[in-house]
Design a protein around this ligand. Structure first.
Ligand SMILES: CC(C)(COP(=O)(O)OP(=O)(O)OC[C@H]1O[C@@H](n2cnc3c(N)ncnc32)[C@H](O)[C@@H]1OP(=O)(O)O)[C@@H](O)C(=O)NCCC(=O)NCCS
Length: 217
């Protein structure tokens, strides 16, 4: 298994994996054609500052095949919004009025998680997904370790992440030392601004050597 920061050449792989994540984490968002949905996500990844947005994702490959992604956000390098100005128009055109609206609403609710503050000593792990064909083979566990090592390399003392209520991934994170710190229903100012989620945290070993750093030597 290898890990590297994604580049613009990986946009399509990252988009397809994100769609697999949204299938689980964004109920009601994907009611239209999945390939077109992935195309919109790819355009959002490629928009503008694509190297910074895509570079936040670590791409996991197995025999050169992209099998998973995950990202580390910090106060210094926060999570970026997956958006571009024409996205609602593209969504309506490619997915149809009803599905396009559901897609945009879902994406906005996912981005509602962006307003969760990241504390200076913490890393936020997000967008963790393993290709559905290779789940339950220990690959996610490996990816999680790589992301935690990266957080440790950035001198963070704990990692936090958000899981949708009812996502079996909660058991995955529990198994690797995460505990629930908060349950939210996603409401902000009386509106359902984000998906209901469980915030989980794990203390990290300080200054863990980075698999990514070793790989790039
Ligand atoms: C969650 C996810 C990343 C786990 O990746 P994975 O490669 O399948 O996980 P692993 O094989 O490394 O699992 C290690 C252990 O975690 C636990 N685990 C993993 N998936 C689980 C599930 N669906 N239900 C319960 N426990 C699970 C098990 O204890 C497992 O060990 P076992 O297979 O020996 O029983 C993957 O299922 C996925 O991509 N899910 C969809 C996207 C998603 O929900 N991402 C999380 C968003 S917060």
């Amino acid at each position: 298994m290898e890990y590297r920061a994604a580049t613009r050449h990986d946009a399509w792989h990252v988009a397809r994996l994100l769609i697999q994540l949204y299938e689980v984490e964004a109920p009601g968002m994907l009611t239209g054609d999945l390939e077109f949905s992935a195309l919109i996500v790819r355009r959002a990844l490629e928009h503008n500052d694509c190297s910074a947005l895509l570079g936040a994702y670590y791409l996991q490959t197995l025999d050169d095949r992209p099998t998973g992604i995950g990202a580390v956000a910090t106060a210094e390098s926060p999570r970026r919004a997956l958006w571009y100005p024409n996205l609602p128009t593209d969504a309506r055109r490619l997915l149809g009025v009803r599905s396009g609206r559901a897609f945009v609403r879902g994406l906005k609710k996912l981005m509602g998680a962006l307003v969760n503050p990241i504390r200076e000593h913490e890393a936020m792990l997000h967008s963790i997904v393993i290709d559905r064909d290779v789940r339950r083979h220990g690959i996610g566990a490996h990816l999680l370790r790589v992301l935690e090592e990266e957080a440790g390399r950035r001198e963070k003392v704990s990692s936090v992440l958000y899981v949708l209520n009812g996502n079996p991934a909660e058991q995955f994170y529990e198994r690797f030392g995460y505990h629930t710190i908060r349950v939210t229903d996603g409401s902000r100012w009386g509106k359902k601004a984000a998906y209901p989620s469980i915030a989980m945290r794990k203390p990290l070993l300080r200054r863990a050597p980075s698999v990514l750093a070793r790989a790039s030597r």
